[in-house]
Design a protein around this ligand. Structure first.
Ligand code: SF4
Ligand code: SF4
Length: 107
């Protein structure tokens, strides 16, 4: 088990700054969906994390907290994600899925 970045859609979708997507050192790891917030009634979309690519460096947390001042990202153990952003390359417990890239944290 290891730590991965977990983004609060509730917070992020009320800001729409997209700053974290410019600073993650791993390609295609923090992504942005225009629909993720809107489909839940928020004003904007939200950033989300492909957790199988996340290396746990927490750089995005620093950016969101200190540069964007939004505090929307926390590091949590991967098996604690309510619904994980998974690809078909990763499996753990009952949260395995065949989705190629799904949104994290719904509910
Ligand atoms: S820096 Fe924070 S508020 Fe801005 S897009 Fe990323 S997670 Fe959302
Ligand atoms: S913890 Fe590091 S690797 Fe993971 S999403 Fe944040 S910046 Fe990217």
């Amino acid at each position: 088990m290891y730590l991965v970045a977990d983004i609060s859609v509730e917070i992020c979708a009320s800001k729409s700054c997209k700053l974290c997507t410019q600073y993650c050192p791993e390609a295609n790891t923090i992504l942005y969906s225009d629909e993720m917030g809107k489909d839940r009634g928020f004003k904007y979309g939200s950033a989300y994390v492909a957790v199988d690519r996340c290396k746990g460096c927490a750089q995005c947390v620093w950016v969101c907290d200190n540069m964007a001042k939004n505090n929307a990202i926390k590091m949590i153990m991967i098996d604690q994600l309510p619904v994980a952003a998974l690809t078909d390359n990763i499996t753990y417990g009952e949260k395995s899925t065949t989705a190629t890239l799904v949104s994290p944290v719904v509910g």
